[in-house]
Design a protein around this ligand. Structure first.
Ligand SMILES: [Zn+2]
Length: 306
């Protein structure tokens, strides 16, 4: 109590001293204040809120997808330095490319400015690599390829940039068709001359042409080609929100249109053999931003063929 009053007196003395100093007056001409200023008691410490932590559901592995929950009060979340959108319930999506690794950083900024950061260890995969004793076969160049391909790529990239606000990312994904997996995600051929072919960006399901293709999760159609693309054939792309999208390729027929909302399990197309293929099958690619992810890790094992 006594100490508090002295502090008040000290403050008053300082205030009166301050108020009578005229601009430009040399400080040395003033008598030194005689009041001893007692320093204020230390400010009571703010109660420390324990730092929350991230939680994750999914596969911390190359080609894996994670649904994260940000620490309580997170204002912003970043993944490897890039901001990622966070839903009102604190959930967000991140994924690891086929060639990602070995570590990634996820960080959240809290309302009081504190940073919570986690280093994630990405487990490497053993990809299905076939070493062939043959030389690569180059496809017969099509006269229109160089002219048409950039237009198609621009269409695919424009589709991926669309943010539809779809919420399918929250759901468990399902296989768009049931059948034998004929080519795994990430598989690659290495030829006799050491040249590596580009790796397989999705999962192939061996189904005959005309098999119904289902939406693997809720979403919004972001591309439904009205003519076959050179490689993908008739291509359907569905945005599942948060930067996550599906591409279904080589279709014989697409029965939905761009902008249409689709439900998980809804028939969206029929499989076929359009584009660059050796036979009828369904190719399903999943991407989060630029990361190519393994559908098998997201949809789980292929159910038994009925
Ligand atoms: Zn394929």
């Amino acid at each position: 109590m006594k100490r508090a009053r002295r502090w008040v007196l000290g403050l008053a003395a300082l205030t009166s001293l301050g108020s009578c100093v005229e601009p430009g007056s040399p400080p040395a001409a003033r008598p030194a204040p005689v009041t001893v200023v007692t320093p204020p008691p230390p400010a009571p410490r703010m109660p420390t809120v324990p730092l929350g932590d991230f939680s994750f559901k999914g596969s911390m592995i190359q080609g894996g997808l994670l649904i994260g929950t940000a620490p309580a009060g997170a204002q912003q979340v970043s993944f490897n330095g890039d901001q990622v959108p966070v839903a009102p319930d604190g959930r967000f999506v991140i994924a690891f490319d086929r060639d990602a690794g070995p570590v990634a950083t996820v960080a959240a900024t809290l309302a009081d400015g504190r940073l919570v950061s986690r280093t994630l260890t990405i487990n490497p995969r053993a990809w299905d690599i076939s070493r062939l004793s043959t030389l690569p076969k180059y496809p017969v160049p099509m006269p229109q390829f160089e002219k048409l391909r950039p237009v198609e790529i621009a269409q695919i990239n424009a589709a991926r940039r669309q943010d539809t606000g779809a919420a399918g990312w929250r759901q468990p994904f399902m296989w768009p068709a049931t059948g034998r997996i004929s080519t795994l995600f990430g598989s690659q051929r290495i030829y006799r001359n050491g040249e590596a072919g580009s790796y397989h960006s999705g999962t192939d399901v061996a189904v005959p042409a005309g098999t119904p293709v289902l939406a693997p999760a809720d979403g919004v159609v972001i591309l439904a080609s009205d003519h076959p693309f050179l490689l993908e054939g008739n291509l359907l792309m569905i945005d599942h929100g948060m930067g996550l999208n599906s591409a279904l390729m080589h279709l014989s027929r697409i029965v939905v249109t761009p902008g249409q909302a689709v439900k998980r399990g809804q028939i969206v197309a029929f499989s076929g053999a359009t584009g660059r293929v050796t036979g009828a099958h369904l190719h399903w690619s999943l991407r989060w931003r630029n990361a190519k992810i393994d559908p098998l890790l997201v949809a789980g094992p292929m159910p038994a063929v009925k």
